[in-house]
Ligand binder design. Sequence first.
Ligand code: BGC
Length: 348
Amino acid sequence: MNARIVLVLISFVLSIVTGLVISRGKGVAEGGGHIGRLVIGLSMDTLKEERWIADRDLFTAQAKALGVDVEIRSANSDDTRQLRDVESLITAGVDALVIIPHNGAAMARAVEMAHAEGIPVLSYDRLITDAETDLYITFDNVKVGELQAKFLADKIPAGGKLRLIRIYGAKTDNNAKLFKQGQDNVLQPLIAAGKVEVVFEDWAEDWKPENAKKITNAAITKAGQNIDAILASNDGTAGGAIQALIEEGLAGKVIVTGQDADLAACQRIVAGTQTMTVYKPLTQLAKRAAELAVKLAQRKPFIAKAETDNGKIAVPSVLLDIVAVTKDNIRETVVADGFRKEAEVFQR
Ligand code: BGC
């Protein structure tokens, strides 16, 4: 066989091998990761709230734009199911995991499982506690609570006091504790000075609006209709509280806070039944998270300037800023940022 024929044969064999490798496409390589495009596993607590649908869509779009696929599971607020979701993503051979924990403590096990297979984990928006989480991205959650409470502090009548119902979020969510911490930072001195009276307080299990409604009903039964404000920790719970206020004929007469700039909340702010929300630019969060998750999947270095103590380690963290929104600045904030359309917010 002359040299030319040997070369042709070698190139023929090589092209078959290359073809085979390409055609395997997303086959799982030995030791985990995919051959071909990288894949990020996104394990979500729930998709039953407006904000998480936006997080999912924005995150996926950015990952795709970076040439990486996303495989998604949603646990419907169930810890056992979320652990199973993570297990199945690991088995599918994802290159990095992004987890939005229903229960920050319960998901420590998920981090262990992922690490056992060499898969890095990014904790998204909510902290996974007591685990060696690789990275955490969120907003300044203590500041969210501070903005909500400062808004109320500014409404205390001169020489009088504010009678307040406090509705916290889900006890299983570390963020709910941080929101409360921020609220306490502002409220404690005012409570001590007799300028704020907390007439009722409770945690809304799983952040459900119907639980917030029950809390508001119970508060009014106990303390009467003489309520000045409801410190609802997010827009979902604000919506539940406002339902109770509507039944009592009090909607629009009681100050109600929130967070997330959900469309329904923005509309309520314009209508006057909700008084404020906190706008957390989800587009920034989801895009930045996707970029970081891709870096983790590629095993490349990333920049995270902050650190968060999660009970076990100081987790490298990225913290994004937020803004308080009222009827007065809704156009300059959520609308100007392209987060909500003016026509939808103002229902024209
Ligand atoms: C998020 C909020 C959200 C709440 C309920 C929190 O962890 O930070 O934006 O409203 O969960 O889903």
